[in-house]
Design a protein around this ligand. Sequence first.
Ligand SMILES: [Zn+2]
Length: 326
Amino acid sequence: MASVVAALAASELPIRLNARADMGSPPGLSTHLSWRTGDEALTGRTWMQAQQRAVDHAIVVSIDGLRPDAIKRWAGMLDQMGQEGVRAVFAETLARSLTLPSHASMLTGVGTKRHGMRFNSHRPGRGQVQFPTILRVARAARLHAAAFVGKRKLNHLVHRDGTRFTVGGPFCTQVNRYLLPYLSRPRRGVTFVHYADPDGAGHRDGWMTSGYERAVKRVDRCLSQVIEAVSAPGRERTLFLVTSDHGGHDRTHGSARTEDVRIPWIVWARGTLPLEIHRPVHTTDTAPTILRALGLPLPHDVEGQMVPEAVLKRLPRQLVSTLRPL
Ligand SMILES: [Zn+2]
C-alpha cells in the first residue's frame, strides 16, 4: 500500500497517471485539477496506486445522529442490510462528536487537525475542507460525484468541481425528492446521501424516545426507496455504506461518551456475504474503503485504513469476476 506510484484507475478513463511520489503530485491529476480549481489540497500531494475496482457506484448514506442500538428496534431495512452485509460492531466517530467535523473525517479519512473543519455551522467565507474528499477524488477521475443532504453546512465539504450539491431539507423525504430522480440513471462514481431526521428528533424529543423512533422509521423507509431505485438488472455493481456522524444521549451529543461516538457502519451490495467485524473501525476508515472499492487512488497521507473485508473478501463472486484489468 505504500507504493509511490500514483495511477488513476482503468484504461477507459481519459487520464492515466504514472508519477513518482518524489515528484510531489501525479501530473495528470494535478494538470486536470489545476486548470479546474488550482487547488493545492489535490495537486500538492502524493497518492497511493489505484487498484482494480470492485464496484461502479458507491453510495455513502450518513444518517445524522443514528445510534446503532436503534437499528434493531426500529430500522428493519437497515437491520437486514447489516445481517446480509459487512457490519462493524464497534465503529466510532471523533471524540468531538459533531456533525460537520465528523462528516469531514468520514469523507476525507483524516482527523480534524488535517481537514480543518473545526466549526459546526454554515459559515460562508470559511472555505472548503482542506483534504481531498471521496467526492473530489471521484471528480478528479472524471466520475460522477453528488451530495444530497439535509443540512446546508455540509456545503463546506463540497468543492465547485462539478460535484452536484443539493440541500433537500430536514426530512429524508425531502432529500429523496431530488435523490431518486438522480439515481434513475446508472452512475459511475460516488453519491453521498445525508438524512438529518434522527438528529432533529433527538435534539427536540431526546435520543431513543418515541419521537426519535418515528424519525428512525422514516429514514429506514427512505433508505428502502433508495435501494429500490438502484435495484434494476445491470445495477448490481452498486455498493452501499451506511453510517452516521454521531449518536446522542438525552437531547444532545458532542462528547466522547459511548452513546455519542458509537456509530453504525454497514457495507452492503446485492449478494454480499455476511460478516461481523469485531475490531474497532473508525469513521476515517470510510473514505479509503470507498476509494478502494471504486479503484481510485488514495491520498498517501490519509489517516484511516481501508477495511478489506468490506470491499475485497465479501462481495459476491459475480461482482468481482467482472473486474477488468487495469
Ligand atoms: Zn445534532
